[in-house]
Design a protein around this ligand. Structure first.
Ligand SMILES: NC(=O)c1ccc[n+]([C@@H]2O[C@H](COP(=O)([O-])OP(=O)(O)OC[C@H]3O[C@@H](n4cnc5c(N)ncnc54)[C@H](OP(=O)(O)O)[C@@H]3O)[C@@H](O)[C@H]2O)c1
Length: 293
């Protein structure tokens, strides 16, 4: 259960609602990294982070608040993460991307998409990998298979990590909203986060982890359905915003039903049903609009 101090740190100044019941569970699942078939208690998870910026640090804060361990990494080296590690407390440490990948029972890849080929592969073999990345051509450069929508950004990461089990998640919630909206299991105002992935067991693992850090889950289906929450779609972030035009003006809960309905209403740029959507927008009008890049 989150302490008041931990809650205060997760809210970025927004009014939190403290969890009303303990949400510690004893759910277990097979540890795919352990050939012996040992099971790992969800409460003893180590999260690895490839990227420790807005989203990485926010998820890490939620994970440590739930009592999990985290290993953070970035491109500049562990020494640049000292302040964040100190702030997160004894459950946090820093390493290289390879060390974070190796240490994590579950690993969050949360970097600019343009760098996805730099994500370590061998250390992530067999692991559940959560992909938070979004495609912004203005930031990431043009990627032809995303421009023509013949694939999805998470499918690209899955192709880079063929031995891993990639689940798309956290990509369509502004990091301040993610920090502000965790609630206890069963709370009336609990929010849901969308996931997509090709591996059912991996999605179950992610769903268990999201529950631990304060969120319900909406399963969109395969990675090929992940476009439903990509930038410029109906399910891209607005449902968690008090003011859909100014996302830094506070968070509001969004239920699983609301998230699922918006995802169902999403369209792609090349949707043949009617007129094309406007051109892709820049990062300044997206969940990343506070990105300092
Ligand atoms: N901001 C949001 O609210 C939000 C919401 C949903 C999804 N997203 C998506 O999630 C991803 C991360 O967003 P963000 O806002 O957290 O970005 P950010 O604040 O700019 O942080 C990016 C992080 O990635 C690290 N990084 C970059 N290249 C790396 C590499 N090759 N290996 C290891 N670490 C690397 C950076 O480290 P250095 O600083 O050392 O380079 C930094 O820690 C993006 O794809 C974004 O589109 C963002």
């Amino acid at each position: 259960m989150l302490t008041q101090r931990q809650l205060a740190k997760t809210t970025y100044g927004m009014a939190p609602q403290a969890p009303t019941t303990p949400r510690r569970t004893t759910t277990t699942w097979p540890d795919r990294n352990d050939e012996s078939g040992r099971v790992v208690d969800v409460t003893m998870t180590t999260w690895g982070f490839i990227g420790s910026g807005n989203i990485g640090a926010t998820v890490a804060r939620l994970a440590t608040a739930a009592g999990h361990d985290v290993v953070l990494s970035n491109s500049r080296g562990p020494g640049t993460l000292t302040d964040l590690v100190d702030d997160l407390g004894p459950h946090a440490r820093a390493g290289t991307p390879a060390e974070a990948a190796e240490a994590g029972d579950i690993v969050v890849v949360t970097i600019p998409l343009r760098n996805y080929r730099q994500v370590p592969t061998e250390e992530l073999s067999g692991k559940v990998v959560i992909d938070t990345m979004n495609y912004y051509p203005q930031r990431d450069g043009n990627i032809a298979s995303l421009d023509d929508e013949s694939t999805t950004s998470s499918a690209l990461l899955q192709a880079h990590l063929p031995e891993s089990r990639v689940v798309k998640g956290f990509n369509n919630i502004f990091f301040q909203h993610l920090a502000a909206l965790p609630r206890a299991t069963g709370a009336a105002d609990r929010s849901a986060l969308a996931i997509a992935g090709d591996d059912l067991e991996a999605k179950k693992v992610v769903s268990e982890h999201l529950d631990e850090i304060g969120y319900d889950t909406v399963d969109l289906g395969l990675l090929s359905e992940g476009w439903r929450t990509q930038p410029d779609t109906a399910a891209y972030g607005v449902m968690y915003a008090v003011d859909p035009q100014a996302w830094d003006q506070g968070a509001r809960p969004a239920s699983a039903v609301e998230v699922a309905e918006l995802a169902a209403a999403s369209r792609r740029h090349h949707d043949p049903r009617d007129a094309p959507l406007p051109p892709r927008r820049g990062t300044d009008e997206s969940t990343d609009h506070h990105n300092q890049e």
